[in-house]
Each structure stands twice: as C-alpha cells, then as structure tokens.
Design a protein around this ligand. Structure first.
Ligand SMILES: C[S@@+](CC[C@H](N)C(=O)[O-])C[C@H]1O[C@@H](n2cnc3c(N)ncnc32)[C@H](O)[C@@H]1O
Length: 627
C-alpha cells in the first residue's frame, strides 16, 4: 500500500489543456480512469537502499521500480532532473528475451577444454528467458504513457529537456500526448535516427526498407540548455573548396563570400535533425559496448543527446533505463545520473556496467510490488499454475483470467491483474467500480461468487466498505492478495562453500571456495527448455540436451562478498562476474582468466551473495561479525 500520494504537477497550470483536449482529439477510451489517477496523484512507496557503490557524493541512483513510483520518490525528496531520455517499450508486440548462458564449470577440466575448442559464442549453450513484453493495445498504452509522462514532467527542472525515443508503431500518437503535456510551444525537434538497415530480412519486403527510429525532443520551458553539436563535413562539400589563394590555402568563393577550407574543417557541420552517422547494433553487432540487453542503444546516440542538452554536474535521468546506457554515458561525461527500470536484469546489468566504469551510486528498490517478480512476463506465464484450481473458461470475457469450479458455488470467475500493465496492479475504487458495474453484470446469471486478486491495494477497508455499500449486485466478491502466491514461488538457491585464510598469495586475506551450487529455479527452466527442444529435434537436426554437473558451478554468473556488515544494505568488498565466455571480471576489471570457483577478499567475509545465470540472487551468512 502506498505511504501517500504525491501530486503529478506542482499545481494545475491555469489554461493548460490536460485531458479534455486529448479526449477531444482521439476520443480516447479509458480517459476517465486516467483522469481519476491523475487527480489522486502518484503513489509514494517505501524505498530500500540495497547497496552503495563507492562514496557516491553526487547522489547517483540506480532504482528498481516503476517510472511513476520513481518520480514520486524524487518529487518527495525535492530532486529535479535536468535532462530526461526515455526509450519506453514501443508497443511493438514483441517479447524481449534475455539469453541465458551456461558458464564454464571450473571443476570440470574436460568441459573447459571442450569449451576452449568451441570458443564460438553460439556454441555455448544458451537458452532464452522472457524479460518483459510490450504487448499492449493502443488505448492502454497511451493511458499508461500519459501517466508516465505526467510523472516525469513533475520532476523536470524549469530548464530541463526530454527526449522520447519511439518508432512508427506508436510515435505519432505519443507526439500528441507530448504536445498536450509539455505544450506545443515546447516542442523542439523530431529527430530521425537513421538506423541504416543495409541487409537482412527487413530489406526483403516488397516495400521501402523501414530503417529509422523517431526521437521527440521537448523542453519544459523556452529557457533550455542547448550546446550545438558539430560533425565533420561530407567529402562532397569539402571538394567544393577547389580554389587556391596566393598562400596556397584552399577556399570556396560563394559569390564573393570567401570561406577557407581549414576554417570550414575546424568549424565542422552543425548536426541536423536526421542522424545517419550513429551506427545501430544491427550494423555493429559485435560492438565492445554491447552488454546483451536486447533493446540496448549505442553510447554515441546518448553522447550526442547528453552533450547537447546538459552541462557537467547536471542530473540526467532515464526512467526506462534498460542496459544502463544513459547512466553510463552521463557518468563518463561528468553528469549525475538516475537510472530506473522495473526489470531486475536491467538493474543488475546497469549496476555491473557502472561498477566496471568506476562509477559511484546507490542501488535502491522501491517497494511498489514490482520487486516480487523478476519480471512480469514470466510471472504472468506462471500465474495460472500458481492459483489452485484455476482453469481457462471460454465462456468468460477476457477480463477474467479463468475460473475455479466449486461443488457448491459452481463456476467462480477469477480476476488477476496483468503484471505487464502496471495500471492494473493497484486495486482501487476505480477498478472495483468497473468490476461491480461492468464485469459482473456481463456474467451469466448463475454466477454466485467472483475472486479478485490484487498485487497492491489502495486501502483494503475502503474497498470492502465500497463493496458492502454497493447494492447493485448480489455476487459475493472475495479479495485475495496475489503476493501470498508470488512469495511462495521465491525459493532461494542452495550453496555449499568454505572459507579459509588465503595462503595462495603473499597478500594474505581470505579465500572463499564454492563447492556446490543448486538452483531449482534455473534447473527447472533448463529442464523445460530441454523438453521443448527435444520435441522439435529431428534425426537431421538432433538436439544434445543441456546437462548440468553435480556441483552446478556453471549456473553462477556473479559472486560478491560483504566484509563490512552482516545485515542490511550490501557492501560489495570483493566481487567476481563470470562473462558468457567464462572469463572473469574481477572487481569490475576484465581479465582473460577463467573462474577457478573461488573468490578472495582482504577482510573476513561476513556475507556471500550469489547471482545465478537467470539473475536470482541469494545471500548466505559466512562468518559472524565478532566485533
Ligand atoms: C526499450 S527498453 C530500454 C532500452 C534502453 N534504452 C537501452 O538502451 O538499453 C525499455 C525498458 O523499459 C523497462 N520498463 C517497462 N515498463 C516500465 C515501467 N513502468 N517503469 C520503468 N521501466 C519500465 C523495461 O524493463 C525495459 O528495460
């Protein structure tokens, strides 16, 4: 339950056309719900500090939570941001997947030798895990986007700018939202990022090759930061400087207006709103900066935006941060940063990326319900099997997830919030009103009871009172907390390890050795994957199932030791990440060593954290702090 609600904008701006206008333009469904949400404000949840990396004097943040919750938090702390870049899910209908790589097992010499023979990445066993989906209908997407943009606007400083990265799927609708929220007068440019698709399936279609993304650039007011960016001139332009003066300097004579070549080169060409000089990962698939995040954008794109629309020391925020590209570039350019994302994989990828860059920051988790599931797609996939007795029921409207059969009450329709649609996560009077006045009246007359699951509830007593006072239905409504079920699914991993004084080097300290690691969650995913792959295999294309060794060390992606405290916020005093090829990244520094199953640390380890290859983290106590 939120602690309180924070108003979206400081106060309604007089004359500002908020939803009325939008309603008029698009005859937009769901506008009543969103206007109630806007009136209520942004839910403010508790924030838990998970880890501080470095001293972090600049207050940089990596936040796990929803965009709206992060904005509520920032606003409650009086923090304003100077530049926002967002690349929200595109409504492309795609499901993005994380490739999960089985690491090399340090204990199995033969496996290492074999892996070395097969150094090709594709040869390493990888399976995919759904990360987040962006399957929406337009109305839902725009409602959701409206709320997010309103939340973001409320934390933008007066001189701030925002860049919204989209494409043909929904971009033009969002442009209307942006006009509405930020004001048409604050629209600056529509940037076309030419992603230059030169080959591949996109070029096969009997049509113009689709090859650009759109980035809408708006400012909060006319008083914005803008540093003009320059790029080299094209050779055809430089070739026009073909006259030579008496000193041997090349120049161009434009009807008496003389321009010298050396000066033109030094000045460069002002960057326009069509960007064709920034390679996408489609062209540059093996770029060193790639971190295996399916929608990752290149650093050069963010570098241009951040250099143009912020100055050193300013705060740059990305509320749909993904791979952490905005935070990483902002940090490299001497800006402060705020990274927010709902996905655990994003937080881990960004944390590791920033740590490797030597950045200092806090990792924060908003208790907005999102942390209960590693990602919403997977949980939605599982939910049916988690609710006892829940089955598909074709006669029911899609509002209901299915039904439970009861010998006395007959069919009991069950409502489950769609975790991929954050707006349905919160059970409030608006949703209950819809259930009582729309969903229940549409049911068969013989339905006696419905069950409504929720992840978060505004105020349970208020909702119960609302149900009791409404006499338009005799159908019993049972409320159930989905978190109870989700909590049950979260089972920690198992590890055996031992710790001894480090005699391997003269530096001393401690050495922790991992002897065994078992992750039921990963093993069941691998079993599922093997089963599906075997079904699709043939004699011509046989499938060799993934087999995990008894000690299971190949299921480990990251290990961290905390020698500072045995509870609360995490301090990573020593850490090892094993990349997908099995090479070790020690305390952020890439090495060409394979992992040996151990981690050393200077001070006595108090806690050990292991992240498995799917991203679940489990913490164990190692030694008691005797001080
Ligand atoms: C297209 S990706 C961003 C990619 C990023 N620009 C990069 O270069 O890596 C969109 C991200 O939005 C996140 N996301 C989806 N819904 C969100 C929400 N309500 N709040 C915060 N993040 C969200 C997803 O987890 C995903 O990482």
């Amino acid at each position: 339950m939120p602690i309180k609600y924070i108003p979206f904008i400081p106060e309604p701006i007089e004359g500002q056309a908020v939803l009325g206008n939008f309603n008029r333009i698009l005859k937009y469904k769901g506008a009543d719900d969103i206007s109630m949400t806007l009136q209520r404000g942004m839910p403010l949840y508790e924030m838990e500090r998970q880890e501080t990396v470095g001293e972090n004097p600049d207050g940089n943040m990596v936040i796990r939570g929803e965009c709206v919750s992060a904005c509520a938090y920032l606003k409650s702390k009086g923090i304003q941001v100077d530049l926002v870049y967002i690349d929200p899910p595109f409504a492309s209908g795609a499901d993005y997947a994380k490739k999960v790589y089985i690491r090399r097992n340090p204990k199995v010499a033969e496996a290492i030798a074999q892996a070395e023979r097969e150094l090709d990445v594709d040869e390493l066993k990888a399976f995919e895990e759904k990360m987040y989906g962006d399957v929406w209908n337009k109305e839902k997407y725009l409602n959701w986007m409206y709320e997010n943009l309103m939340a973001i606007k409320s934390v933008m400083s007066e001189t701030a700018s925002i860049y919204v990265h989209l494409d043909w799927h929904i971009g033009h609708y969002v442009k209307i939202l942006l006009d509405e929220i930020l004001g048409e007068e604050n629209f600056q440019r529509e940037i076309i990022w030419d992603i230059q698709v030169l080959s591949g399936y996109k070029t096969i279609a009997p049509n113009w090759v689709r090859g650009h993304d759109t980035i809408f650039y708006y400012s909060k007011s006319e008083n914005r930061v803008f540093n003009k960016q320059k790029q080299p001139h094209k050779q055809e332009y430089l070739d026009r400087f073909n006259k030579i003066d008496k000193d041997g300097r090349k120049y161009f004579d434009g009807r008496g207006n003389i321009v010298y070549l050396d000066e033109a080169i030094e000045k460069g060409k002002a960057v326009g709103d069509v960007w064709s000089d920034i390679m996408s990962f489609q062209q540059n698939a093996t770029a060193a900066e790639k971190v295996d995040y399916s929608t990752q954008k290149p650093e050069a794109l963010l570098e241009r935006i951040i250099k143009a629309s912020s100055n050193e020391g300013m705060i740059v925020a990305d509320f749909f941060g993904g791979s952490g590209v905005t935070a990483a570039v902002a940090n490299k350019l001497g800006r402060k940063f705020i990274h927010c994302d709902i996905g655990l994989n994003s937080i881990q990828t960004t944390r590791d990326r920033l740590k490797a860059d030597g950045a200092e920051f806090d990792v924060l988790e908003i208790k907005d319900g999102v942390q209960l599931y590693r990602n919403p797609v997977q949980t939605m996939d599982k939910i049916k099997s988690l609710i006892p007795g829940l089955k598909n029921e074709d006669s029911l409207d899609s509002f209901w997830e299915g039904a439970i059969s009861d010998s006395k009450l007959g069919t009991i329709p069950v409502y489950v919030p769609n975790l991929m649609d954050s707006s349905s996560k919160l059970l409030d009077v608006v949703l209950m009103n819809r259930i009582i006045h729309q969903a229940i009246p549409d049911l068969d007359n013989n339905i006696k009871k419905v069950i409504v699951y929720y992840v978060d509830i505004t105020d349970e007593a208020e909702i119960r009172k609302f149900i009791a006072e409404d006499d338009s239905t005799t159908v019993e409504i049972e409320l159930r907390d989905l978190k109870m079920i989700l909590d049950d699914v979260i089972i920690g991993d198992y590890a055996e390890f031992h710790c001894e004084e480090n005699t391997e080097t003269l530096l001393g300290g401690y050495m922790l050795t991992i002897d065994k690691f078992v992750s039921d969650r990963v093993l069941s995913k691998i079993a599922e994957f093997n089963q599906k792959a075997l079904l699709n295999s043939s004699e011509k294309k046989p499938y060799k199932p993934i087999i995990i060794s008894d000690d299971g060390l190949e299921l480990i992606e990251f290990i961290s030791v905390d020698s500072t405290s045995s509870e609360g916020e995490w301090h990573s005093d020593s850490e090892i990440k094993i990349d997908k090829l099995g090479y070790v990244i020690k305390n952020g520094t890439k090495t060409k060593e394979f992992w040996n199953g151990k981690i050393s640390c200077e001070k006595k380890p108090l806690r050990l954290k292991i992240r498995n290859i799917c991203g679940d983290e489990t913490v164990w106590e190692v030694c008691r702090n005797e001080e």
